[in-house]
Design a protein around this ligand. Structure first.
Ligand SMILES: [Zn+2]
Length: 617
């Protein structure tokens, strides 16, 4: 019997359109057969297709139709879906993976950051940092008064920290504002002038100019250095601020900052940030910092302008610190809990804070931070947002009763212990009335789950609590963390292998702008746990292989978003979000992790929803 399906199976030669002119009955049969062997919009064949399905199976080719994966398999089987309108791409032995999902990225500033700010995260000396600022000044050629911004310095990486006077030499007429990786800033003298402070006029000096404020905590510091000044006609040498401030309270002393972009400009930043992520192979992001007043209008603006070419899932960060449950309830009642109808811009879940960070000695830890005698004179266990478990449970309850997924920032082990205990109590409450509730609550950062005094690893597995880790910290912030927590604890920090072996779903995210947004730096950290500054490997037993690393950046991220049925792996029916890598075998990265540093140039093609959104020149 004549079946047009046969035509589709015939390589080249006859086309479906030549068939369409045939008898109506044939056209009818054709329609029937087309459903059997549908024509693809896009076929990629002749490569290594890493599906990241449950068996981590490999294929040679993949067909896309209507933004979905139509079929995955061998070359011959997939090429059956070729029709006259099919775009066919020969992978020539390259590798295809699912689009990467960054599960934790404070995304909005990225476009501006890569476009017009200085990258300091790669600098290993003060000179390299100054070079980066000088390069930025050269590139932007700013008007006098225009701000120069840089990001991601960390004083632990350099024997000495830069000073405002060095920055003044580079940009005397521009305010310079350099963000630390977390809770810190370095500014030049022009910034002090904008604050009304003049070095030679003591009447303009704030109370903190010569002496630290009384409310400073362990993490706060104002750097000072001797400076010869003429004060009231008299030459004196005084210890004055060098422009470097650490800690939340230290940072707050700098009362001027670069202007915030308005919604239109911020939407342009989102556009440019999306292009940057696409060229790195990222097709979905989870942004945990959406304040209703700030992020959502910006994302909506970008969406309306057609710029949202990757998938944005927002987590609502409206519920902070010690707010009363009533305030939280009132706040959340003004917001739609889950908006999931748009696959490119949705939101779900809300974020709480339990403590600070290990790099600033503000994480809440059972064992004191190291070198505490040298730093503070008494043991420092960091600090919790609250020790009032009744309050915290009531806060959680207000969100959960309104249908919100819970995410909690927990850096120290004490914070993790507290969150797990409170999650457990709340889960019991929820399941009393809804036994089948699918609760995917997460711990964000989740550095220390296997501390002797507080071990929560097995409980996280038992309760289905997700570990939303930031692997790149091990590389980029290794020395800062190791200095503060010591080598032994450092080897247990973010224990990737232990998480996976225990059965915890571990989703990887960057935590940009604290760290690099480049997911391949995260892969490097997962595979090696090597510190960027010293080359020391902390906890070689806790590295993972490429399969687990890739799963943490794909399927597991989809799981956080309840999206694993349509996102996160290359299987028929799922979204055609995929990346082609100029790499013959994905396991080459495992054999030679240094390749991670080349991946930016090895992304050949990024496809989102079946559309090619990035293609290498
Ligand atoms: Zn974060």
């Amino acid at each position: 019997m004549f079946c047009p399906g046969f035509i589709l199976r015939t390589p080249r030669g006859r086309t479906a359109s030549s068939c369409l002119g045939a008898l109506p009955i044939v056209a009818l049969l054709m329609a029937g057969c087309a459903a059997e062997v549908p024509q693809a919009d896009l076929i990629l064949h002749g490569g290594q297709v890493v599906t990241v399905d449950a068996d981590f199976s490999m294929a040679r080719a993949l067909a896309v139709k209507d933004g979905r994966v139509l079929a995955v398999g061998g070359n011959r089987a997939i090429l059956r879906h070729r029709g006259p309108g099919t775009r066919v791409v020969d992978l020539a032995g390259m590798t295809m993976i699912p689009g990467l999902i960054d599960s934790h990225i404070h995304f909005r500033p990225l476009g501006r950051d890569v476009r017009q700010e200085a990258e300091l995260g790669l600098a290993m000396t003060v000179d390299e940092m100054l070079d980066a600022v000088a390069e930025l000044r050269e590139r932007l050629d700013p008007e006098p008064g225009q701000w120069l911004v840089g990001n991601r310095w960390d004083q632990y990486k350099y024997p000495e920290m830069l000073t405002r006077w060095q920055l003044d030499d580079i940009a005397p007429a521009n305010p310079v504002y350099l963000n630390r990786v977390y809770r810190g800033v370095a500014v030049n003298t022009q910034v002090f002038r904008l604050m009304g402070i003049e070095d030679d006029d003591p009447r303009t000096w704030p109370a903190w100019w010569l002496e630290d404020p009384a409310d400073f905590t362990f993490e706060d510091r104002v750097y000072r250095a001797p400076r010869e000044l003429v004060v009231d006609g008299e030459r004196r040498t005084l210890q004055v601020p060098t422009g470097v401030f650490l800690g939340a309270r230290g940072l707050a002393l700098v009362t001027v900052a670069p202007p915030e972009p308005d919604v239109a400009d911020a939407a342009v930043d989102v556009r440019d940030g999306i292009q940057e992520m696409l060229r790195l192979g990222v097709t979905s992001i989870i942004d945990p910092s959406s304040h209703w007043s700030a992020s959502i209008p910006v994302y909506q603006e970008a969406r309306e302008r057609g710029w949202v070419q990757l998938r944005i899932l927002d987590i609502y960060e409206g519920t902070y610190y010690r707010h009363s449950p009533d305030t939280i309830a009132e706040h959340l009642d003004g917001v739609t809990a889950d908006r999931l109808d748009d696959p490119f811009l949705s939101w779900r879940g809300t974020k709480f804070y339990s403590d600070g960070g290990a790099g600033t000695r503000s994480a809440w830890v059972s064992e004191s931070f190291d070198r505490w005698e040298e730093f503070e004179g008494e043991p420092n266990h960091g600090f919790p947002v609250t020790t009032d478990d009744d309050l915290r449970r009531a806060q959680y309850r207000a969100a959960v009763q309104r249908g919100w997924q819970l995410h909690t920032h927990t850096a120290g082990d004490m914070a993790m212990r507290q969150a797990v205990d409170n999650y457990r109590a709340l889960m019991t409450e929820v399941r009393d009335t809804a036994p089948d509730a699918d609760l995917r609550w997460s711990l964000i950062h989740a550095y220390f789950p296997i501390e002797p005094a507080t071990r929560v690893l097995e409980e996280m597995a038992e309760l289905g609590i997700i570990a939303a880790v930031n692997p790149v910290f091990q590389w980029q912030e290794g020395i800062a963390f190791a200095t503060n927590v010591g080598d032994e604890r450092m080897a247990r920090m973010q224990p990737f292998r232990s998480y996976i072996d225990a059965g915890v779903i571990m989703a990887s995210g960057s935590d940009y702008p604290v760290t690099s947004h480049d997911p391949w730096m995260g892969f490097y950290a997962l595979l090696t746990r090597r510190d960027q500054a010293t080359g020391v490997v902390y906890g070689p037993d806790e590295t993972v292989g490429m399969a687990d690393a890739l799963r943490s950046y794909t399927w597991n991220g989809a799981y956080v978003a309840y999206a694993e049925d349509w996102l996160g792996s290359l299987e028929p029916g799922k979204a055609a979000d995929l990346v082609v890598l100029d790499l013959p075998d994905i396991f080459d990265l495992e054999r030679d992790p240094e390749l991670a540093f080349q991946m930016r140039d090895r992304i050949v093609m990024t496809v989102v929803d079946g559309n090619v959104r990035y293609q290498r020149e």
